[in-house]
Ligand binder design. Structure first.
Ligand code: TYD
Ligand code: MG
Length: 455
């Protein structure tokens, strides 16, 4: 027996509850449960009556040759790289990012490039008037691109309009939170509206072979607003990241049914829109002249792409007994506390009466433990006021024992460093030299400290 049941859906996390509560038991947000239209809930004990028939499903083997999905390349190499070689026709892509980070700018550029290449492209904005989008296109020097443009928020109107014509190769919806489906109640932006609107648009894209790109806003905690279900409904989820105060932006695939998630696209936001950054290391390394104490260079990896970043630290001795501050920008402060403790316990270097500041240049964020040794080098260099040689990069993970551990993809990182003119590298023991870079190997932190102090 099927019976009619009311559910309460959390507008933040999308979880379903059987009764209304002030606080969502799943995500602990307050006042987020809203009643959803009655749904048919089947009793779990129900069983199919197979005598009534059913259609047998064809089962196939895995080793049949399949054609790779064709790709719709935009010609913007950094974008195409991040999505795995271009958008796939009949697929849905969600791109999330903080407000003002440049999502609309990026998609307008992608849309214009594709339109200029002769594809039919429709760009629908629910956030800006058509004139505003047109003005932006003019400013980007893309005013002549044959993109078809409208300000629209009603999914019904959108689908009606699209139904009158050949389906476009690319459809951009900016943003899914402004869309409204009259199939269900609720204001635009609520979980049920976002889900219903997305569902209809995704169905259109799959049926018509259109590559659909949805813009999604990101909430305070960094997830795309609306329920997780939005991420399940699309084939590809991209994040557009960066600090608003800094120029660089990284386009990263979080999920990709048609490709890997380890490629990124790097852009810089400039007066004329987003420009591609084929050589990201140059962006994150400040102009390196004379070596100064307190800085080191770490060869980071973004997916399979090496990026050299500068780590800066400042150690200020306090005269009084005030509690010294520790602050880290672009690095985990828990990990900073850890390496400071290891330095104290294993090498007798005390920062107890000093304030310690750590900064990763260019607004870059590091979470790779391979950066430990470069952080330690910057800290010891700052404390001792002895610079790390300017032609060196530093990499290695630090264990609580004070041991320096090997890191993943050392060869790839060193190759990039060598390409950018670095001649020496401080590495964990066991790293082979094959990139023409002179290696100094360290088994433990004490050896690194001795090297910096010239002992
Ligand atoms: P936008 O694409 O509107 O961001 P989003 O859609 O993610 O909210 O980008 C807005 C910011 O980008 C805005 O603060 C101004 C800046 N910008 C430039 O610096 N140069 C440009 O050419 C453009 C179009 C925008
Ligand atoms: Mg926008």
């Amino acid at each position: 027996m099927a019976k009619l049941k009311t559910r309460y859906i959390c507008q933040t996390c999308g979880s379903a509850q059987s009764r209304w509560q002030g606080q969502c038991p799943d995500c602990a947000e307050w006042n987020t449960l809203a009643q959803e239209a009655a749904v048919l809930s089947t009793v779990f004990a129900a069983k199919h009556d197979l005598s009534a028939g059913g259609r047998p499903i064809d089962l196939v083997s895995l080793d049949v040759a399949v054609a790779l999905p064709p790709r719709l390349a935009s010609g913007i190499a950094e974008f195409d790289r991040a999505v795995g070689g271009g958008l796939v026709p009949g697929s849905a892509t969600l791109i999330g990012g903080d407000p003002g980070i440049g999502k609309s700018t990026l998609l307008l550029q992608v849309a214009a490039h594709m339109a200029n290449a002769g594809r039919s492209v429709i760009y629908l904005s629910g956030e800006e008037a058509a004139d505003q989008v047109r003005l932006r296109a003019l400013r980007l020097g893309l005013g002549g691109a044959p993109v078809r443009l409208a300000a629209a928020t009603s999914v019904r109107d959108i689908l009606t309009t699209l139904g009158h014509d050949e389906p476009p190769a690319l459809l951009v919806i900016d943003s899914i939170q402004t869309m409204h489906s009259d199939l269900i109640e609720g204001a635009p932006g609520t979980v049920s509206q976002v889900r219903a609107s997305a569902q209809e648009l995704v169905r259109f894209a799959k049926d018509q072979g259109t590559a659909l790109v949805l813009v999604g806003h990101v909430t305070k905690d960094g997830s795309i607003a609306g329920p997780r279900v939005l991420e399940h409904m699309v084939d590809t989820v991209l994040g557009f990241e960066g600090e608003r105060s800094h120029q660089y932006r990284i386009l990263r695939a979080v999920k990709n049914r048609f490709g890997g998630t380890d490629e990124i696209g790097v852009f810089a936001m400039e007066g004329s829109g987003l420009t591609q950054v084929p050589n990201p290391s140059a962006l994150f390394l400040t102009q390196r002249g004379e070596a100064v104490s307190g800085t080191s260079v770490f060869p980071a990896l973004e997916g399979t792409r090496p990026v050299l970043v500068e780590i800066q630290s400042l150690v200020v001795r306090l005269a009084s007994g005030a509690t010294p501050r520790r602050a880290a920008v672009g690095w985990d402060s828990g990990r900073l506390a850890m390496v400071l403790a290891v330095l104290e316990a294993r090498c007798g270097m005390s920062f107890a009466t000093s304030e310690v500041y750590l900064n990763v240049a260019g607004g870059y964020r590091l979470s790779d433990p391979a950066a430990d040794l470069a952080v330690v080098a910057a800290l010891v260099s700052a404390l001792s006021e002895r610079p790390i040689p300017g032609d060196s990069v530093v990499l290695g993970e630090v264990a609580l024992s004070g041991e320096v551990r090997p890191v993943a993809h050392a060869a790839l990182r060193l190759k990039e460093a060598s390409k950018l003119g670095f001649e020496r590298a401080w590495v964990p023991s066991g790293v082979d030299s094959e990139s023409g870079i002179a290696l100094t190997r360290f088994a433990n932190l004490r050896a690194l400290v001795d090297q910096i102090l010239g002992r």
